[in-house]
Design a protein around this ligand. Structure first.
Ligand SMILES: *Cc1c(COP(=O)(O)O)cnc(C)c1O
Length: 363
């Protein structure tokens, strides 16, 4: 029997809720359907009765949630006859755009800040064969340039200002409801450009008012909690920041593109924005790997850092069902992981005595 490709991507799964017809040429690498992992040890460690779930988006094909928006943005670009896409990126969007462009057989141009992109993300983008334009500026400069250059070159923007990105990313909320069988009480996530908080809120609104499968949860929506790093926190300040700085490079953004829609998500859901120092973000990243076996990148751990702070203060009460989006894979940024690891590997002689001693000494 001839091999028939079976797509398992999110467009096919949620096609009736996405703006693509049956004849669309779907550009997919099998994104979405990521695990919702209940944290088993962290609630015990913090001594609180809470249900915390990690939506581990680092298990998408290129290792971040950006793939959800890229399958839809590139499917649409191809259907419009576009032969090249472009984005500004702190790393993950460029990796994702590059991969989906190859899949579609079109060109990808990515603008990244000089020296401020995690190694794994750069490695992927180069391997997928995108044209990388490194600028002497930050993400916000790159975004401004992308918006300008589209008037001078035949390229489609695939940053989250492209509405098809939001359409794809909203499916993460669908998956959570499908899997939990209900809507969580709180949804915590890191906020950079704020496309993702916008997309989740859209997804929760669309799915929870569904008259079909989920009658029991009709009209229930989570409280949306958006967290930022203290050095890059336009949402808690209430104004744009010119020199954003944080170890969480994926959210090193001072001029968020989805400003109004993020405020709407916060206000309509009764949620909040908050921020904390990088050390708290790295602590949460470490907790996830050391207690739960889940390795996410620094920016992603901002969601858990925020949840833990708000659980400790009682702002998120005991008994709550909380989902934290872990936006990207820890392998994206090996340098930060190794730099903060207290235990460095030690080297011993290649003989039984030395290996036995190394084991017995640390039991
Ligand atoms: C893009 C990204 C974010 C920020 O998402 P926004 O939609 O820009 O708010 C957070 N974490 C990671 C790992 C990302 O790649």
């Amino acid at each position: 029997m001839a091999f028939r490709p079976r797509y398992t991507g999110l467009i096919e799964r949620y096609q009736e809720r996405l703006p693509f017809g049956d004849d669309a040429r779907i550009i997919s690498i099998g994104e979405g359907n990521t695990p919702l992992i209940q944290l088993q040890n962290i609630p015990r460690v913090i001594g609180k009765e809470v249900e915390i779930y990690a939506k581990f988006e680092g298990l998408n094909p290129t290792g971040s949630f950006k793939d959800r928006g890229m399958t839809t943005a590139v499917t649409q670009a191809v259907s419009e006859g576009s032969e090249a896409i472009i984005c500004a990126s702190t790393g993950n969007t460029s990796a994702s755009a590059a991969a989906y462009a190859v899949r579609a057989g079109i060109k990808a141009f990515v603008i990244i800040p000089d020296g401020k992109i995690a190694q794994g993300k750069l490695a992927q983008t180069l391997m997928y064969g995108a044209k990388v334009i490194q600028i002497k500026g930050n993400f916000d400069d790159g975004m401004r340039l992308v918006k300008e250059v589209v008037d001078h070159a035949p390229v489609t923007i695939v940053n989250s200002i492209n509405p098809y990105r939001i359409e794809g990313q909203k499916t993460a909320a669908f998956e959570i409801i499908d899997e939990l069988g209900t809507v969580p009480d709180y949804h915590c996530l890191p906020v950079g450009n704020a496309g993702n908080i916008t997309a989740y809120w859209k997804g929760y609104q669309e799915y929870s008012t569904d008259q079909g499968a989920l009658k029991a949860v009709v009209n229930k929506r989570p409280i949306m909690c958006g967290y930022q790093a203290a050095g890059a926190t336009p949402f808690t300040l209430g104004y744009m920041v010119d020199e954003p700085e944080t170890v969480a490079t994926a959210i090193r953004i001072g001029h968020p593109q989805s400003w109004d829609s993020a405020w709407a998500a916060k206000e309509q859901s009764g949620g909040w924005f908050d921020c904390f120092e990088d050390v708290k973000i790295l602590e949460a990243q470490k907790m996830l790997s050391a207690y739960e076996g889940v390795f996410c990148e620094p920016a992603s751990a901002t969601s858990l850092a925020g949840a833990l702070k708000d659980i400790a203060s009682g702002k998120i009460p005991e008994g709550s069902k909380i989902v934290c989006t872990l936006t990207g894979n820890g392998l994206k940024d090996p340098d930060t992981a190794i730099a903060q690891s207290a235990i460095k590997p030690s080297t011993v002689d290649a003989e039984l005595g030395a290996v036995k001693k190394a084991i017995l000494d640390s039991l």
